[in-house]
Design a protein around this ligand. Structure first.
Ligand SMILES: Cc1ncc(COP(=O)(O)O)c(C=O)c1O
Length: 455
């Protein structure tokens, strides 16, 4: 027995041993392994995570923009225990009380018209389900996605991911027949237009694609793009896209894995534009990430088709009871605490504070967001909008300016997510104004690193 195994055997692990064992036996996701030095987290409460030395860190991006209720909500914890005692597992072919309860609860909060549900254990699997359902239902093959997007890591979802996490899987590690459209980014338009004079040319271009590609089953969009920059479309975009999809018999799939569950100040981001998708995919906030659950919700029209066609999809863990009971408790807690309303109410406060930061720091190119979901994008040059780092830098493991700043913030007790050249501000929806002040002050204090590099 080697020394580390002896320690594991005795069950008395020091924090350093936990880190060493993690590094030795596990993969760090989306990174070069050699510089992975994971912090040992031992506890979490409210808007804070706590390390092995007892130091508290403000969770300013709710982990991976998913712990919307905050940590250690007692009712959700109790629902997990209760479900484990009552019925931990049943094969998906059986009816269970937890599935019936969650399905009726979902009808209260989802956009109207989505009435048939397939449950998964992650966002990526929920997107896989959406693609298969769209292809079976329409009898067509192609999926349109957009470049600034992330839809998950498995073969279908990574194929539909526009960001550089797809590159390592080109071309063989992903499903075929996905084509990319330009994203909607009014700060730095990929087709060099300016809103509103553009008349939403980015949506019209998608219609051009549908006409020229033919065989398009669906388009998948994050209604507010998440990791790739919290890109909020102009108000005309979604109604136009809905109309284009309807006209061409193309399904509209909205990926609300990150933007759903109150994050943007509505239950779902599409609710801002009153658009009815054909399929809505979500995960993360559905259980505030306490247990792993994803959802693929479809219209009755799609559901009806499968009454007499083979529904060729499933998982051992589809509708796993242990994931469903806690989701009911999560939704009830969001309603009881009025967290959707809270995100909307706090939006002007965050916006004003971040706009003030932009006035002060020349390295901030743009501040944008909705609800409690904001991006602060850093640029080398405000005129040219050149970013500090490129997507290529990210996948080559280079030290990114945003990561240097995030490391300083972490040392000061604020944990924040970054991507290429922006920060994602998405705290738990229970966050207080004082906690918002604390997180934004930490950003303020450390932006000097980027300011010093401005052209
Ligand atoms: C918009 C979006 N879709 C899909 C996914 C994939 O979800 P998961 O990591 O649960 O597979 C993510 C994850 O961050 C996401 O942000």
């Amino acid at each position: 027995m080697n020394p580390t195994e002896a320690v594991v055997e005795s069950q008395t692990l020091t924090s350093q041993q936990v880190v060493d064992l993690t590094r030795k036996y596990n993969y760090g996701t989306w990174r070069f392994q050699k510089n992975w030095n994971p912090m040992h987290i031992v506890d979490a409460e409210g808007c804070y995570i706590i390390d092995a030395a007892g130091k508290r860190y403000l969770d300013f991006s709710a982990q991976l923009m998913c712990v919307n209720l905050g940590h250690k909500n007692p009712r959700v914890i109790e629902a997990i225990a209760e479900q484990a005692r009552e019925l931990a597992y049943a094969a998906p072919g059986f009816a269970t009380t937890s599935r019936a309860r969650l399905s009726t609860k979902l009808l209260e909060v989802l956009p109207k018209g989505l009435e048939k549900f397939f449950f998964t254990t992650s966002g990526t699997e929920a997107n896989e389900a959406a693609f298969k359902i769209a292809r079976m239902f329409t009898g067509k093959n192609k999926i349109i996605s957009r470049y600034r997007s992330y839809h998950g890591s498995t073969a279908g979802s990574i194929a539909a991911t526009g960001d550089p996490r797809r590159w390592a899987m080109e071309p063989a590690g992903k499903i075929a027949n996905v084509v990319f459209a330009p994203e909607t980014n009014c700060y730095d338009c990929p087709i060099k237009h300016t809103y509103p004079a553009c008349n939403i040319a980015c949506a019209d271009y998608i219609e051009h694609m549908i006409r020229n590609e033919s065989d398009v089953a669906a388009i998948i969009v994050e209604p507010v793009v998440g990791t790739n920059g919290v890109l909020v479309p102009p108000p005309e975009y979604f109604p136009r896209l809905r109309e284009i999809c309807t006209r061409h018999g193309v399904l509209l799939i909205v990926d609300e894995v990150m933007a759903g569950w109150g994050r943007t100040g509505k239950w779902f981001a599409v609710d801002h534009w009153n658009v009815k998708p054909d399929i809505l995919v979500t995960a993360k906030g559905i259980t505030s990430a306490y247990v792993p659950l994803g959802l693929c919700a479809t219209t009755t029209a799609i559901a009806d088709y499968f009454e007499d066609h083979f529904f060729s999809h499933g998982h051992t863990y589809e509708a796993h009871p242990l994931t469903l009971g806690p989701a009911v408790a999560t939704i009830e807690e969001m309603q009881r605490l009025k967290l959707v309303e809270r995100a909307a109410e706090l939006e002007p406060y965050v916006r004003q504070k971040l706009e003030a930061l932009k006035e002060k720091h020349p390295s901030i190119g743009d501040v944008r967001g909705l609800g409690l979901f904001f991006a602060v994008e850093l640029v080398k040059n405000r005129k040219t909008k050149q970013l500090f780092n490129t997507m290529r830098d990210k996948v080559e493991g280079k030290s990114l300016v945003v990561d240097q700043i995030a490391a300083k913030m972490m040392a000061q007790g604020v944990a924040i997510q970054t991507f290429v050249s922006h920060f994602v501000i998405a705290p738990p929806l229970i966050v207080t104004k004082e906690e918002l002040d604390l997180g934004i002050a930490a950003l303020d204090e450390n932006l000097g690193i980027a300011d010093a590099l401005v052209d």
